[in-house]
Write a protein that binds this ligand. Structure first.
Ligand code: FAD
Ligand code: DLZ
Ligand code: SF4
Length: 509
């Protein structure tokens, strides 16, 4: 007989390892274990989501006739790791082979490849994860010999490969990208749709109790937990998004509004990342809505690009560059993460709004992650490992393979520009343009050097000035340095003074 280990982010009935098993005689193993639940201080929502979804998935497999060995979380069990559980099951059942689908995270992948076969004393077969559009091999073939690995060109290849939004060889609407129309500020209209609410059963509630009891020292609480934990719920979330929010997704993709956590975003990353939804079916749903004239092309294209483009691209970069990628620190940053990233307590209204979302919902939309909390960490020169650990901990959709390139590469520019040709650094002006946050902030976005000036403003120029050697020859930064050079000397001095003061007193902002 064979064993298959199905991980907490592999909850798809068509996952490749199940295809190698015979339902009637082989055994599926699933395990809730300390090592996975504690290798970083995951937000309580993430642990609850994964454990509920794992239990529901195991039940569904059993109802479909599979034999499943399910290891429930226990604080005092000697089985602390996935290997501990698999070894105990192997001792009882004497399987001839362990079959797995490749892991998402390098950490676990490396552990399996280097230890498991020897410890278990049976062959361990690792199959590729064909839920992704682009295999690791396909990505490294694309990357080979290229001077620059730009997402936009990768995305075009993916469009051609999949035929998504293509008319023959040409992109629908004769353009690959409609981002030009996707930068509208939101002024309260159209109204933001209500999100679907999910119902939880007694098994889920047992998980909520378990999380409250054993993970109370992890970020967040479960008060507002509302994530899909079954495939049926995830399909409902997809349908609801396509009907009610996708039509406006493009227009308001970058917009932020006071007290609104979700805007027109999909909230589908948690379901896609743990396997309840396949990226392909999500993209196809958006394409069908466009073909049926229910959503405009800028919305369908903008949304599909996030999944077919960015999601596949960051995974490709991760596996191409790991393990070295994680220790990159191209800008030489070493500052500790300010305490307010964990407490949420700051007078900067934009940051407080992002933290409220983060701690209440284990969610923040992309622009909050990139241009608010990310941008601040970049301007303040936070050590990449500190900020990466934070993003990995606080979001329900966080997995190293997707979080790391987004944080270390896209936000922190710590990979020497591999992911982005210029840093996403911005002053308060950008946040003011895309949101109504500044109106309700104790700081003034209009000034830079006063005591109550928006911290982003002087920190932006300090960042540009201290990294001038790094960016001076970058043609995309010429305008920035031209503006800096045109400033009067006393203005520059005041900016640097204010920024130096802020950097010394970050925790009091
Ligand atoms: P939508 O805005 O509705 O987008 C649709 C889908 O596109 C998402 O569900 C997601 O699957 C995909 N997507 C969008 N942007 C990206 C991106 N940059 N990279 C990969 N996929 C993308 N996403 C994660 O899934 N896990 C993470 O750990 C994660 N960490 C991030 C850290 C930082 C610093 C930044 C800037 C971004 C991070 N992202 C991460 C990407 C993105 O912010 C989230 O995917 C998105 O906010 C999830 O919300 P949503 O489902 O409503 O997305
Ligand atoms: C995120 C997570 C958590 C919190 N717990 C478990 C677990 O107990 N058992 C498990 O199989 N998977 C869990 N996961 C998801 C894993 O961390 C994920 O499968 C690995 O990081 C590999 O991508
Ligand atoms: Fe954020 Fe500055 Fe605007 Fe305040 S003034 S909300 S700190 S950008």
């Amino acid at each position: 007989m064979k064993l298959a280990l199905v991980l907490g982010d592999q909850l798809s009935t068509d996952i490749s390892c199940l295809g190698e098993l015979n339902k009637n005689k082989d055994l599926v193993v699933m395990a809730e274990v300390n090592d996975e639940a504690r290798y970083v201080k995951h937000h309580q929502h993430k642990i609850a989501l994964i454990f509920c979804a794992m239990r529901r998935f195991a039940n569904a497999l059993q109802a479909d006739g599979w034999r499943v060995h399910y290891h429930y979380f226990s604080a005092d069990t000697p089985y602390r790791s996935l290997l501990d559980v698999v070894a105990a099951v192997a001792e009882d059942h004497h399987p001839e082979e362990l079959v797995m689908t490749e892991c998402g995270e390098y950490r676990l992948h490396h552990n399996i490849v280097s230890n498991w076969q020897r410890t278990l004393n049976i062959p361990v077969t690792i199959l590729s994860d064909d839920r992704f559009f682009c295999s690791k091999q396909r990505f490294s073939d694309w990357a080979r010999g290229r001077k620059q690995l730009r997402m936009e060109y990768f995305y075009r290849e993916m469009r051609r490969d999949t035929g998504l939004l293509m008319n023959g060889n040409q992109p629908a609407g004769d353009s690959w990208n409609f981002d030009g129309s996707n930068r509208r500020r939101y002024r309260g209209s159209p109204a933001l749709p209500e999100l679907p609410r999910f119902r939880y059963n007694a098994d889920d509630k047992a998980v909520f109790d378990l999380v409250a009891e054993h993970f109370s020292d992890h970020p967040g609480t479960l008060t507002k937990f509302n994530w899909p934990v079954t495939r049926t719920q995830a399909l409902r979330a997809l349908d609801d998004f396509v009907r009610h929010r996708l039509p406006c997704f493009g227009d308001f993709q970058d917009a932020m509004t006071q007290s609104e956590s979700f805007m027109f975003h999909s909230l589908l990353s948690t379901s896609i990342n743990c396997g309840l939804l396949a990226p392909r079916e999500v993209c196809e749903a958006a394409q069908s809505a466009y073909q049926d004239n229910k959503v405009p092309l800028n919305a369908a294209e903008g949304f599909i690009r996030q999944i077919l483009g960015w999601r596949e691209y960051v995974r490709g970069i991760y596996w191409l560059m790991m393990p070295g990628y994680a220790s990159n620190n191209g800008l030489g940053n070493s500052r500790s993460l300010p305490a307010f990233y964990w407490s949420g307590e700051t007078d900067m209204n934009c940051m407080r709004e992002a933290f409220n979302n983060t701690f209440e919902h284990a969610y923040a939309h992309h622009i909050q992650r990139l241009m608010v909390t990310g941008n601040f960490a970049l301007l303040a020169g936070v050590a990449p490992t500190d900020i990466c650990d934070w993003y990995l901990a606080v979001y329900a959709d966080a997995y190293d393979w997707v979080e790391l390139p987004n944080t270390l590469g896209m936000v922190m520019h710590a990979d020497e520009g591999l992911l982005g040709s210029k840093p996403y650094a911005a002053s308060g002006n950008y946040i003011n343009k895309m949101s109504d946050y500044c109106k309700q902030c104790r700081y003034s976005v209009k000034t830079s050097t006063e005591q109550d000036s928006c911290p982003f403003n002087s920190l932006y120029w300090h960042f540009m000035s201290r990294h001038r050697d790094h960016f001076d020859r970058n043609p995309r930064m010429t305008m920035v340095y031209r503006s800096y050079d045109k400033m009067a000397a006393d203005k520059k001095q005041a900016l640097m003074q204010r920024a130096t003061y802020l950097l010394k007193n970050l925790d009091s902002l």
